[in-house]
Ligand binder design. Structure first.
Ligand SMILES: O=P(O)(O)OC[C@H]1O[C@](O)(CO)[C@@H](O)[C@@H]1O
Length: 934
């Protein structure tokens, strides 16, 4: 006996299957339905593919093969490759049907990306691309019948592409779509193109109408509506009535002269297709939306369950044209009762687009997770353990970000993600992450050239020095390549130490400054220019086009000038020439380096939904934590990654620390037992496989137990540090959006620079810095501070005690040292920090001046007003003169310290400056120790 499903053909209706799945296709499921049930078509949508691909392993082998053969494949491309294969398989299964029915049936539909529903041009381009790629005559491309979709449909029909118009709910949009179809065909005719093989269906969604109207009715019934009986009578009636009247419109339309003219030229009508025919309300018959919509020249696409039910107990009758008057009456009732069907239809279109976008997100998320599993330790891992409240806030934020397409908008340069200001102009680092800002061949040549030097000295500040320093310390120079010294200071001792460590004859000098006008690298350049005998052949410059430095490099005959991208801010520049030129000098294979970075860039790509996008996810955590007062991002690393924090500090602080908000990075603070930490921290741990991180792990475990939020990042090799540059750049940009600031400007650093310049200009004019009076001095140490801040105490210990008693919960203590940065001083300041944390239970930061002025200084000045700073200065001895100037490096450094203090004070931060007279730094440590004892 012929299947009941097959018998639908007797009534002129084509049964299609609303389902695709790899295993089902492979096991001959579709073939069986074609043979036994007379199925003559297949439809798919993002939800169907989500169910097929995301759950189970049927697609894993193809995915693995794909990613192995083409590692750069994006998740969208990967999904598409899987879907395309299924659609091609289904199309091939239906090919004999298509042939037998002479192209009137036998179609398979694939939907364009739901993300494009708002854009006509992109929909057209994507449909054309998929059409070419799938390359089957019995393919239909599904395009939503939205406002943007209608002109796309017209164009695509004109192009000769079969179209399944999806997401139709209302009579009006159906009519618009039918017109677009006709216009497309007419346009073809006008061009002398054939129209007899262009197939189209208009997919009218059925059950969702009832679901929406029934919901409205239920709402009304809750409030004892006077029309309760009439309303109840409409339950489960409206969708079918709506579809029946759409069919009546169709009948009128195909009878029209306009259509008949086309039909005479061989045009096939655009059939109405009943979609969404699975019953949603279990109290309705499960074949409701099949039984009642059977009629000629139509399609019903049935989900497997509905098809099974219909096969079993469906009712075959020409129902579509029955009781049309009653259908009209129902819709009049709907109108009379104010249920507003057009509004419901509009809402359902919006909802439908959203539902498919949600499904696509889930699908891409699943593909991303599968890809991460395949990439394994080729992608640095990240796991977070967050206290419940923060965890919930992060998850909610990630969901909001998904709905608001943050990953896509970030890459698209949508400034409304941030403040709607200049942000879009500063996104060049995204391309730089893909290695697009550098010329690998030029860098290879530079590496070979640099190998002749014994050492290299890089002169630069902030973004121009910290990335190279991290690379030098973590990855290090390859054997045979020069040792690199990074100088980012005006400290005379540090300058003298480097000058003494090198032989200028055998040294390559790298002057790095984006702006080309930063004071420190300019002074250092002049100093080493003379030391190196003014021989330009041993100098190269890294700078932005047209800068002052570019001109000097040209005039002085530098061996090379590597130009940056002006759309990349300094702190985001490590994956551009600013990091990669020094890397090449150190003998690194830059192309190989980017190949390692690539999995992170791909994982952070625009199509990777926020929850599985490692950069966006981290950004959500950073931002939500900061907004909840956990604004001290405490960086802890295994020993080999120790240097990373210096780069990260600048990125986080300078990007987010402004308008009294943002993140205060805490780097190199010695770990202490969890009881000493307040509730203002977010801990980030970076560990390297093979490095000794047992203690770090134990510390992290203890922190988690104590309820502290901890993010753990693990690298399989030190070369993988490049991935962290990119992850954190994305995370910082995203955190900036969560915090609500522009993460690409640095409004507050300029002030300290201006005040320094005023002091230095005065020095050049008068030969001395403007006099200043300490509020206390004892010959060992002198204290300075703003007169209005109530500094008190009649000895050094008391003064320090009063100052260090200032921080309360959520505040932090900052040590700003204008002394030589060397291991001994670093160890000393670490000890002082440890004491403060233990005694005051507050976070501590430390910076060596002027290095930190171009890094964390922004957050100290512009960020949260929760700092208590101790600035430490001394009169440099010995000093280093600057040729042609009265001011020495030591004077400049002191002027910088004074300028810094003034600005900090003017921003409401609590500041104290201890100027070492005869006392040493160790002496100060003792005083501080005593001050902290009660
Ligand atoms: O590369 P440049 O232009 O010399 O700037 C160095 C650093 O100074 C800053 O502008 C801060 O003063 C940073 O943003 C930057 O990384």
């Amino acid at each position: 006996m012929a299947s009941r499903v097959r018998k639908l053909h007797d009534f002129g209706q084509a049964p299609w299957l609303d389902f695709v799945d790899r295993r089902f296709l492979k096991e001959g499921g579709l073939q069986r339905l074609v043979e036994e049930d007379g199925v003559t078509g297949v439809t798919s949508n993002p939800s169907i593919f989500e169910k097929a691909i995301a759950h189970g392993d049927a697609y894993d082998a193809q995915l693995l093969a794909l990613l192995q053969s083409r590692p750069g494949t994006s998740i969208t491309q990967a999904y598409e490759a899987l879907a395309v294969q299924d659609i091609q398989d289904a199309a091939d299964t239906l090919q004999p049907v298509y042939e037998r029915l002479n192209g009137t049936d036998g179609y398979v539909s694939l939907e364009v990306s739901p993300y494009l529903a708002e854009s006509t041009e992109e929909t057209v381009a994507e449909a054309q691309r998929l059409w070419r790629q799938i390359d089957r005559p019995n393919l239909m491309i599904k395009v939503p019948g939205t406002q943007a979709g209608v002109p796309a449909i017209r164009q695509l029909i004109e192009d000769g592409i079969n179209i399944n118009v999806t997401l139709l709910f209302g009579q009006q949009s159906y009519a618009a779509v039918a017109m677009a179809f006709v216009e497309g065909l007419e346009a073809r005719l006008a061009q002398g193109q054939p129209i007899d093989r262009i197939a189209s269906v208009a997919s009218f969604f059925v059950s969702r109408i009832d679901a929406a109207i029934d919901r409205k009715i239920a709402e009304r019934l809750k409030s004892a509506d006077a029309e309760a009986e009439a309303l109840t009578g409409l339950r489960g009636q409206v969708a079918i009535a709506n579809a029946k009247l759409a069919y009546q419109w169709y009948l009128g339309f195909v009878a029209s002269e306009r259509w008949q003219a086309l039909a005479e030229r061989g045009a096939m009508p655009q059939r109405l297709l009943w979609a969404s025919t699975g019953t949603k309300d279990p109290s309705y018959p499960d074949t409701l939306y099949v039984d009642n919509l059977i009629g000629p020249e139509t399609v019903n696409t049935l989900p497997p369950k509905t098809m099974d039910a219909f096969r079993d107990h469906g009712t075959l009758a020409p129902s579509l044209t029955a009781e049309v008057e009653s259908a009209r009456r129902i819709l009049r009732e709907v109108d009379r009762l104010g249920l507003d069907l057009p509004a419901v239809a509009d809402e359902l279109v919006r909802d439908g687009v959203k539902q498919f976008a949600d499904a696509a997100d889930a699908l891409l998320g699943a593909v991303a997770a599968k890809r991460s599993a395949i990439v394994g330790d080729g992608l640095n891992s990240m796991h977070e353990a967050l206290p419940r409240e923060l965890d919930e806030a992060v998850e909610a934020r990630l969901e909001r970000m998904r709905q608001e397409s943050w990953s896509r908008r970030l890459w698209a340069g949508d400034a409304t993600l941030w403040t709607g200001g200049e942000e879009a102009k500063w996104l060049g680092w995204l391309a730089a992450g893909k290695g697009e800002q550098i010329d690998p061949e030029a860098l290879k040549a530079l590496g070979a050239q640099a190998a002749q030097y014994r050492s290299a000295v890089l002169l630069g500040m902030g973004g121009s020095s910290l990335g190279p320093e991290v690379l030098a310390e973590i990855v290090g120079p390859r054997s045979g390549s020069p040792m690199i010294h990074v100088l980012d200071t005006t400290d005379p001792k540090q300058i003298a130490a480097v000058a003494a460590a090198i032989d200028p004859e055998h040294t390559l000098f790298i002057v790095a400054s984006k702006s080309g006008s930063t004071m420190e690298p300019e002074l250092l350049r002049a100093y080493f220019w003379n030391l190196a005998g003014q021989d330009g052949s041993r100098f190269i410059a890294i700078t932005d086009p047209g800068s002052r430095l570019a001109k000097i490099a040209h005039d002085h005959g530098y061996a090379g000038v590597f130009l940056g991208d002006p759309t990349i801010g300094g702190r985001y520049s490590v994956l551009s020439v600013f990091g990669m030129v020094p890397a090449a000098v150190m003998g690194m294979d830059v192309a190989e380096f980017f190949a390692r970075v690539a999995p992170m860039v791909q994982s952070c790509a625009p199509d990777a939904p926020p929850a599985v996008n490692p950069g966006v996810r981290l950004g959500a955590i950073l931002g939500e934590a900061a907004n909840r007062g956990r604004d001290k991002v405490t960086v802890l690393t295994s020993p080999a990654l120790r240097a990373f924090g210096a780069w990260l500090e600048q990125l986080l602080a300078e990007s987010t620390g402004k308008q009294g908000r943002g993140i205060v990075p805490v780097d190199l603070e010695p770990p202490v037992p969890p009881a000493h930490y307040g509730s203002d921290r977010l801990f980030v741990l970076l560990s390297l496989s093979g490095d000794d991180h047992a203690r770090l792990d134990a510390h992290a475990d203890a922190l988690v137990t104590a309820g502290q939020p901890v993010v753990r990042i693990a690298l399989s090799s030190k070369e993988m540090i490049g991935q962290e540059f990119f992850r954190w750049e994305i995370a910082t940009a995203v955190a900036g959006a969560v915090i609500g600031i522009d993460p690409f400007d640095q409004p507050d650093v300029e002030d300290a620079k201006i005040r320094t310049r005023v002091l230095i200009d005065a020095y050049e004019a008068t030969g001395s810095l403007a006099p200043e009076t300490p509020f206390f001095e004892d010959g060992r140490v002198a204290f300075f501070g703003p007169a209005d801040r109530g500094h008190s105490g009649d000895n050094a210990v008391q003064i320090l005690r009063t100052h260090l008693a200032r921080p309360g919960p959520g505040d932090y203590v900052g040590f700003l040292l204008y002394v030589e940065r060397n291991p001994a001083n670093e160890a000393l300041v670490a000890r002082m920090r440890e004491r403060v944390v233990k005694a005051r239970h507050v976070a501590t930061v430390a910076g060596f001046g002027p290095r930190f002025l171009h890094s964390t200084g922004q957050a100290y000045k512009g960020g949260p007003r929760s700092g208590v700073f101790l600035e430490i200065t001394r009169t440099p001895d010995p000093d280093v003169p600057i040729l042609g100037r009265k001011a020495s490096f030591g004077t400049v450094q002191l002027a910088q310290a004074r300028g810094d203090l003034d600005v900090l004070a003017s921003r409401g931060q609590r500041v104290l400056r201890a100027h070492l007279q005869s006392a040493s730094l160790s002496d100060l440590e003792e005083l501080l120790d005593e001050a902290l004892r009660n």
